[in-house]
Design a protein around this ligand. Sequence first.
Ligand code: PMP
Length: 316
Amino acid sequence: MTAGNPFGAPYPLVNVDGRLVGRGEAALDVHAHVVSYGTGTFEGIRAYWNPRHEQLYLGEAIGHFERLDRSARILGLPLPFSVAELVELTRELLRANEVRGNAYVRPILLQSGAVLPVRMHDVDVRLSIAVTPLPGDYLATAGVRCMVSTWRRAPDVTTPNRAKVVGSYVGPALAKTEAVRSGFDEALMLTVDGYLAEATTANVLLRFGDRWCTPPGTDDILAGITRAQVMTLLAEGTGRSVAERRIHRSELYCADEILLCGTAATIVSVVEVDGRAVGGGSVGAAGRQLRDDLWAVNTREDDRHPEWVTPVYEEG
Ligand code: PMP
């Protein structure tokens, strides 16, 4: 395993354009358009293994494939399957690989044609779905120390932020490396105007007393599916909705609790920003509770929101 990589060795079978093939056969040509230009869009979906139920559950598979469909429309790429078909192909793939452990599913729609001109039209497109074990934590559940990055989120007028675009991850990758090389765990990225946007692969929520807030979709975030789930759980738990509003950098230094949330990250607490302790400087009670609740929902140990979860193996 590469240092700092929580993923295991990928499973051997991959779905390419609806057909199960070995990983070798799924390999891309070095001349594939996406390799040079990042012209593709992808998703990341968690599969949660519940050993007590001997069942694997896909988290928000429908929501993720609906977002892939929107991303494809934004990029003008044809998505060859419906959302329901994509969920079915993913279930089949997980069964074919006999996945019985926590895993991460990576659907990707990309320009695979060996075409050199830069464009979004008249290049062959391929859809693949691959699976990788994700046995441990993606970000430390004991809490992460963040820096505000010198790299800003690319504004929507340069790269569409509502689409999860392959090439748009260079900025977050630079921000992550800057943070790690500077002795932090993760980066918080601002908009070009200096408002809080998000972490490198996770959205951000802040608590001030009993009020929660999060940057709005118009502040160059990828509006996460986990963010929506957390907002729902908080609204149900507190009876008060989470405010979507612009957030100043200085608010990061006086919040009582800050959470990062994303599919891979799940929900983790930020315990420090730019050397200043958040709340008590340790994982906050609300963050811990939300993390446990969402995990329990995703493994069907908690019967709230069954619509968020799709079982992979036949039930009963
Ligand atoms: N922002 C970015 C840039 C991301 O890559 C992700 C991970 N997909 C998120 C936010 C969180 O989104 P989700 O909860 O849908 O995984």
